[in-house]
Design a protein around this ligand. Structure first.
Ligand code: F3S
Length: 390
């Protein structure tokens, strides 16, 4: 891989250990994927922020990096951590809180923005055609497919290294020839709500692997429904991008048909619980947009959350602040608008949560394993019907 003189100096350690180790990570990655050079990025987004998934050894590595003066050279945002600083923090043991806060301190020391969200694009939309180094698969698919930015699906360490060097190896989704569709998915059934878009993603992800589909037949599309679709595609597959441009022709490529039965079976499989009353109803995977919070507040219409059930709406601090009036309505009903956290990487077991109802196909897919809960998967309106008193 070709390195500029300056990059070589970083590689040789002339700019200190932190820069050297990050450069070595990027060069190794580039060599693995036959990249010929590094290219500048306009932002990085880091996953692996929750202490629950990170653990002690990577947290110590972060500390070493921060002590060695590692500094982000580009705008660098963080994925969610393991609890909300206002509501859940009080319910968790001190040692967990301290470990988590220590991780956040290290990132802060290195100049990372404490965004703590998996929808960093609501804070600042990357420009079309800009090169990014984003981890968090749902954000990667959204950036490539909806926003027209260019990013590979980074792992936590490579996104971190890219943030510190300000560059990423030039391969994969950074090359125009790798962004073309190579498979046609025809959706032969109407998808009336966001849960069905999520189910489509789960179904297609298993078939597509790392192919790039043109998805045809989608109606009543919104950015939020595409967010659910992309998050789910990346859950069961290595898909980094989809096209749903009706003007793109499928040509001679392989075709897949998606029928009503495929969506129905996928939805059924994502519900593992027969219980009608979940302990937690959770909306906000990926983190809610302002629109989604407005929709929830409108649908609540002054009703209250049933006693014995928790209702969490997860978003970023940024969106929560913008949604102040809607947040008041949701909280008045007994719900909690939580920021900074992801339910999947939070400590739900410690909170005694055994069943989660959600409109997110990604959460429904992961929660049985990662949270050891049963799941009920349903669209937002049904989730609200369940959690609100009649
Ligand atoms: Fe975001 Fe967690 Fe879902 S990081 S995409 S809320 S699994």
């Amino acid at each position: 891989m070709y390195l500029t003189k300056e990059e070589e100096r970083i590689y040789d350690g002339e700019h200190g250990w932190a820069n050297q180790i990050c450069m070595k990570i990027l060069v190794r990655l580039g060599e693995l994927f036959s990249a010929t050079r590094l290219i500048p990025i306009s932002s990085a987004h880091i996953s692996g922020v929750s202490y629950k998934t990170l653990g002690d050894a990577p947290a110590e590595f972060l500390e070493r990096l921060a002590d060695a003066d590692g500094k982000a050279r580009v705008k660098a945002t963080l994925n969610p951590q393991s609890f909300d600083p206002e509501y859940l923090e009080k319910r968790l043991p001190k040692h967990i809180r301290e470990k988590q806060f220590n991780i956040l301190r290290q990132f802060e020391k290195m100049g990372f923005t404490q965004s703590l969200t998996c929808t960093p694009y609501y804070l600042e939309k990357p420009k079309r055609g800009s090169h990014l180094a984003w981890a968090e698969s749902s954000a990667v698919v959204y950036a490539n497919s909806v926003l027209g930015a260019w990013t590979n699906r980074e792992g936590g360490p490579s996104a971190l290294a890219a943030a510190i060097i300000g560059k990423t190896p030039d391969y994969g989704m950074h090359k125009a020839e790798n962004r073309k569709p190579n498979i046609l998915a025809k959706v032969e059934t109407p998808l009336q709500n966001e849960a069905k878009f999520g189910a489509l993603g789960i179904y297609l992800g298993k078939i597509l692997e790392d192919n790039i589909p043109i998805i045809q037949g989608l109606k009543n599309v919104s950015e939020e429904k595409l967010k659910q679709l992309g998050a789910a595609l990346a859950t069961t597959g290595m898909v980094n991008m989809f096209h749903c441009d009706i003007h793109l022709e499928g040509g001679k490529m392989e075709k897949i048909s998606v029928e009503a039965g495929d969506i129905k079976r996928t939805i059924e499989d994502l519900s593992t619980s027969s219980k009608t009353k979940p302990k937690l109803v959770f909306i906000g995977c990926p983190h809610c947009s302002l629109n989604e919070i407005r929709q929830i507040a409108t649908l609540i219409r002054g009703k209250t959350v049933e006693a014995g059930t928790e209702f969490w709406v997860c978003t970023s601090r940024y969106v929560k602040k913008k949604a102040e009036d809607y947040v008041k309505k949701i909280e008045k009903s007994g719900g909690h608008v939580l920021t900074d956290m992801c339910t999947i990487v939070s400590w739900t077991e410690m909170l005694g949560i055994k069943t989660i109802m959600t409109n997110s196909a990604k959460t429904a897919y992961y929660a049985p394993t990662l949270n050891k809960v049963e799941t009920v998967f349903a669209p937002l309106k049904q989730c609200l019907k369940t959690v609100l008193e009649r």
